[in-house]
Structure formats: structure tokens, C-alpha cells
Design a protein around this ligand. Structure first.
Ligand code: NAD
Length: 294
């Protein structure tokens, strides 16, 4: 079986390398040549366009920034849809709007090309380790067929429902992460300004109900003033934009998400869009004129 991989960014490069390590034949494409070269060096073949990759593959994986790029690469001129064989399957692992997943899948179905949406959580370290959490939407038989491939990139892959359900799950994940970081930031700034060591507060609460994976991942980095991404504020803004569009489309008001979205927007205006989303603490620090340190 040959796999096509399109989108060799922070996530796509390590994910594609794990497929090579697992013994899959790979043909890859990204619009940046140096990114293609890095994976070709590890044994992949070079594709010249999404259409070319699709025509040479049984399964095509996309790992692109957002809905417009997925639509362009899959449905646009020289896109996957022009090259893909009947019966082949697209695994879109990008985090995009669920409605866009459904639109793309409907167009592909007209050409008898199958699709599942399979966005991931875990970031670059877990992409490198092959331990991503993968949230899937699609037909059960397509999910089962793709599972061995997904298992080379992730430690878990859960079928959440029909096409688009993977991205609905990812949006739910992004709400919880964003609001969790905001709550943690508000709390640590309160501690710092009250003259109580944020480190002591962190150690005292982390084993109780307020403890969380987000707290353990982000509080130490914040206290060490480490804001290299990780997961960029710009990408979280993109995801919360999809949350708000999707929520309002189905009739779900999102008061907490909207508040955190405006905090991220303020940080972007301050030029911090490329910092890790843990830099949300800087929004609170600016309001209170205090810094969270050890
Ligand atoms: P990235 O920007 O590093 O990579 C995207 C890649 O797509 C780039 O290499 C870019 O050149 C390529 N690309 C864009 N448009 C293209 C086109 N038209 N044709 C060919 N190539 C094109 O982004 P990333 O961090 O790898 O994220 C990819 C997806 O995974 C996003 O949806 C993101 O939200 C999601 N995600 C990222 C993380 C993370 O920590 N970075 C974690 C979980 C999920």
C-alpha cells in the first residue's frame, strides 16, 4: 500500500517520518521544497502536486492549516480530486471546521473517493513520539481500514461519529484547553500579586480537583518564562474562530470561548501571535502589573 502525505509542517513532518519508520511507502508534497526534501531524505518519494500525489497513492493524508487550504489542496486546480483513484481514501488530519469536512467529503463521494476526518491533539512532541490522540469522523468500515495507519502516528484513535465528528471533538478539546489556560493564568496572577509564590500554589493544588494536564504542561513553562511554541496563539485563534462559527451555526452561545478569543486577539495585536498559547498569562499580567515567576 502506498500513502500520499500532503502538508509537511511542524506536525506533518514527524507524522510522515513515523509512517516511513513503520515501513509504509510514501509520496509527499508541500509547497515548501525544503520541507519536502527533509522527508525525502528519510526515504519518501517526491510528489509534484496534490493531484500527482493522489494519482500515485491508495491512501492520501492531508495535514494543512485550516479549511481554505484543505479545500484548495483537495478540490482546487491540480487538487487531490483530479488525481485520486476510485475507491481510494482521504484522511484529513488538519483541524478544520466540521462543515468544511462535510463539504469536501460530499464532493469526493461524487467521484467515489472516501474520506474520514481525523484531527489530532498532542502537538509536536507527541507527533515525534507517535503518541497523538486522534479524533475521527466517518464510516466505521473506513475507520477500521485506516486504523493501522493511524496507530503508527497516535497512541489512541477514537471514532466519534459521522464525517465532521472528529473536528467537532477537536473543537470541544480546544474550548477546554483555552478556558483551562485562562483559568490557570487568572489564578497564578492572583497568587503572585497577593505575595504568595506561584510555585507553592501550583505544588499545593496540582493533586487536587484543580489539577489538570494543562496545569502540569503550562504552569512550569510560564514560571520559567518559556513561551516558544508548542501551540501558537495564531493557531488557537484559528481553532476558536471555527468553534464560534460552528457553535453559532448550530445555536450554541459560547460566552467563555468568546472571552478567551478576545484575550488571544489582544495578544496578537501586541505581536505575540507566534508565541505558545501559554503566553495567555501575559494578558493577565499586563492588567495586574505583575509577572508570574518561580
Ligand atoms: P504548519 O503551518 O507548520 O504546517 C502546514 C503545512 O501546510 C506547511 O508546511 C505549509 O507549507 C503547508 N501548506 C499550506 N498550504 C498548502 C498548499 N496549498 N499546498 C501545499 N502545502 C501547503 O502547521 P502545523 O502546526 O503542522 O499544523 C497543521 C494542522 O494540525 C493545523 O490544522 C493545526 O491546527 C493542527 N494541529 C497543530 C498542532 C501543533 O501543536 N502545531 C497540534 C494539534 C493540531
Amino acid at each position: 500500500m502506498k500513502i500520499g502525505f500532503i502538508g509537511l509542517g511542524i506536525m506533518g513532518r514527524p507524522m510522515s517520518k513515523n509512517l516511513l519508520k513503520a515501513g509504509y511507502e510514501l509520496v509527499v508534497y508541500d509547497r515548501n521544497k525544503w520541507k519536502r526534501d527533509e522527508v525525502i531524505k528519510e526515504g519518501a518519494e517526491e510528489g509534484t502536486s496534490p493531484k500527482d500525489v493522489a494519482s500515485r497513492s491508495d491512501v492520501i493524508i492531508t495535514m494543512l492549516p485550516n479549511s481554505p487550504q484543505v479545500k484548495e489542496v483537495v478540490l482546487g486546480n491540480g487538487g487531490v480530486i483530479e488525481g485520486a483513484k476510485e475507491g481510494s481514501i482521504l484522511i484529513d488530519m488538519s483541524s478544520i471546521a466540521p462543515l468544511a469536512s462535510r463539504e469536501v467529503s460530499e464532493k469526493l463521494a461524487e467521484k467515489k473517493i472516501r474520506m474520514i476526518d481525523a484531527p489530532v491533539s498532542g502537538g509536536e512532541p507527541k507527533a515525534i513520539d507517535g503518541t497523538l490522540s486522534i479524533m475521527v469522523g466517518g464510516e466505521e468500515k473506513d475507520f477500521e481500514e485506516c486504523l493501522p495507519i493511524l496507530k503508527t502516528m497516535g497512541s489512541s484513535a477514537v471514532l466519534c461519529g459521522e464525517i465532521g465528528a472528529g473536528n467537532v471533538t477537536k473543537l470541544a478539546n480546544q474550548i477546554m484547553v483555552a478556558v483551562n489556560i485562562a483559568g490557570m493564568s487568572e489564578a497564578l496572577v492572583l497568587a503572585a500579586k497577593s505575595g504568595v509564590s506561584p510555585e507553592k500554589v501550583y505544588n499545593a493544588v496540582r493533586g487536587g480537583l484543580a489539577g489538570s494536564t494543562v496545569l502540569d504542561a503550562k504552569a512550569p513553562l510560564i514560571m520559567d518564562r518559556k513561551f516558544d511554541p508548542g501551540f501558537r496563539i495564531d493557531l488557537h485563534i484559528k481553532d476558536l474562530g471555527n468553534v464560534i462559527e460552528t457553535g453559532h451555526g448550530v445555536g450554541v452561545p459560547l460566552p467563555l470561548t468568546s472571552s478567551v478569543m478576545e484575550m488571544f486577539q489582544a495578544l496578537k495585536v501586541d505581536g505575540l501571535g507566534s508565541e505558545d498559547h501559554g503566553a495567555l498569562v501575559k494578558f493577565y499580567e499586563k492588567l495586574s502589573h505583575i509577572e508570574v515567576t518561580r
